[in-house]
Design a protein around this ligand. Structure first.
Ligand SMILES: Cc1cc2nc3c(=O)[nH]c(=O)nc-3n(C[C@H](O)[C@H](O)[C@H](O)COP(=O)(O)OP(=O)(O)OC[C@H]3O[C@@H](n4cnc5c(N)ncnc54)[C@H](O)[C@@H]3O)c2cc1C
Length: 435
């Protein structure tokens, strides 16, 4: 196992940095157990793509990304078992080759499975990724292994657990037969797409809305399952659409100094990149997941019950359109839909939800991006929950009000990690533990 000493850990967009004493790159479960057993404080990480300060900040760190093998397939159950450092894209290619899929995917393929599960990563029109786990093994604070099956009650706590109950070692996913989606993309006025959400969720197998703040428009993406041989009129729009991210980068360059430029930039971006329609087909992975990004960015994301979304949306829109408010928001705010589950720290615990992303295209100036504050204030006021991997300031006091199982999770955490081995400074505050 490789060990680096006295270095600096940096998150992918370099907004979080920490000095460490020892960084171990592991490739086996035995090595993972060994380091956890001998460390007083330890965090583990995958692709470092989280905006929240949850992956580092301890003297000892473990890089899990080299622990990344596919262990087995079970053809009769349609399951795959993998090591937790595997990159999502590699897992998805392997199951597509078997004719299988996981039916709800995030819009990124470079993250590790361990990182994705720990933070409640989700896609749209389905459940959180962790809801497709049937079995997993966890390396506990004393270095021992615990195997957990979906039939056990504790699985509801483990599925979204931020790596504070242990390190997920191996995971078995239940897959479904691969299907083809007929995807249509088109712009629509806010007054049209907003009231149609529930109807479209019934009608389509896939629904996502890229909201374009300061334009009164959303860009609607629907998907319907079709037979793979069905012919469609493919239209990927003008070829210059591929330059959207570069154009955004240029137009937003000075928006941290003059935030109001954003409102003008968004109108230009709408006309240039979101006013045409598109039509194509492919698997969920091929047709809807972004495969590469030109540059880093900074993200926040909030979630709210489906029934409350329209009210929260209108309040947010009114607030950010006031010229007295400096929250001019970069395009797009990604609106997605997740169905209810039973996982304690899931955003969708016992209710169908809407998730709303907020992006700053300039990661380095994200501290001055007022939008993150306005979005957090409004969602929290209505009982919304922040995405665990993204930027937010809420701590124990606020989180205990929105998570029904908060205290139960804290009690379980204290039992499973009595010396707070897995807490860094940020997580210590989140769970209101002693430093
Ligand atoms: C461009 C971009 C797009 C994104 N799109 C989406 C999206 O569509 N939907 C969505 O929900 N999220 C999305 N995210 C968030 C992303 O899914 C999470 O940040 C995810 O945690 C990143 O995985 P990672 O491998 O980088 O994890 P890291 O950032 O390295 O780690 C995240 C957390 O997981 C813990 N962890 C890592 N491995 C393990 C393990 N084996 N066992 C236990 N805990 C572990 C770490 O300690 C840390 O607390 C996006 C992020 C970016 C940057």
């Amino acid at each position: 196992m490789k060990q680096e000493k006295n270095g600096i850990w940096k998150s992918w967009n370099e907004n979080i940095t920490y000095k460490y004493k020892s960084l171990y790159s592991i490739t086996s479960e035995k090595e993972l157990q060994e380091i956890i057993l001998k460390s007083d404080k330890v965090r583990f990480f995958g692709s470092k793509q989280s905006s929240a300060d949850i992956a580092s900040g301890t003297q000892t760190l473990i890089d899990i990304s080299g622990y990344n093998k596919i262990l087995s397939f079970n053809d009769s159950d349609c399951t795959i078992t993998v090591q937790s450092g595997i990159i999502l894209g590699d897992l998805l290619e392997a199951i597509e080759a078997k004719g299988w899929c996981i039916p709800c995917l995030p819009d990124i393929n470079t993250i590790t499975i361990g990182g994705a599960l720990a933070t409640g990563t989700h896609g749209t029109s389905g459940k959180l990724l962790c809801e497709y786990i049937t079995n997993c093994t966890l390396v506990l604070a004393d270095g021992s292994i615990k195997t957990i099956n979906e039939s056990e009650k504790i699985m509801d706590a483990i599925r979204v657990s931020l790596g504070v109950l242990g390190a997920i070692s191996t995971i078995t996913f239940k897959c479904e037969p691969l299907y083809t989606l007929h995807v249509k993309e088109f712009p629509e006025n806010d007054s049209d797409w907003l009231p149609k959400i529930k109807e479209r969720l019934q009608k389509h197998d896939f629904l996502r809305v890229l909201w374009l703040p300061h334009t009164d428009k959303g860009y609607v993406i629907t998907g319907d399952k079709i037979d793979i041989n069905t012919e469609i009129k493919e239209d990927l729009g003008p070829s210059y659409l591929k330059h959207r991210r570069t154009a955004s980068k240029i137009l937003y360059k000075y928006t941290h100094i003059f935030p109001w430029i954003t409102a003008i930039a968004n109108k230009i971006l709408y006309k240039g990149f979101f006013s045409s329609t598109k039509e194509h087909k492919g698997s969920l992975y091929q047709a809807t997941v972004t495969k590469s990004r030109g540059s880093t960015l900074e993200l926040a994301e909030w979630t709210i019950g489906l029934d409350k979304f329209a009210e929260v949306f209108e309040e947010l829109k009114t607030e950010i359109n006031k010229w007295s408010n400096k929250s001019f928001i970069h395009i797009p705010m990604d609106i997605r839909f997740v169905y209810k589950d039973k996982s304690w720290l899931s955003y969708a615990y016992k209710q169908d939800i809407v998730t709303m992303g907020c992006v700053s295209r300039n990661a380095a100036t994200a501290d001055t991006y007022e939008a993150f504050k306005s979005v957090e204030k409004i969602f929290l006021k209505h009982g919304g929950k922040p995405h665990w991997a993204k930027r937010f300031t809420a701590k124990n006091a606020e989180l205990s009000k929105v998570y029904e199982k908060w205290e139960d999770f804290k009690t379980l955490r204290q039992t499973m990690d009595p010396t707070n081995k897995f807490l860094n400074p940020y997580l210590t505050e989140i769970f209101n533990e002693k430093k």
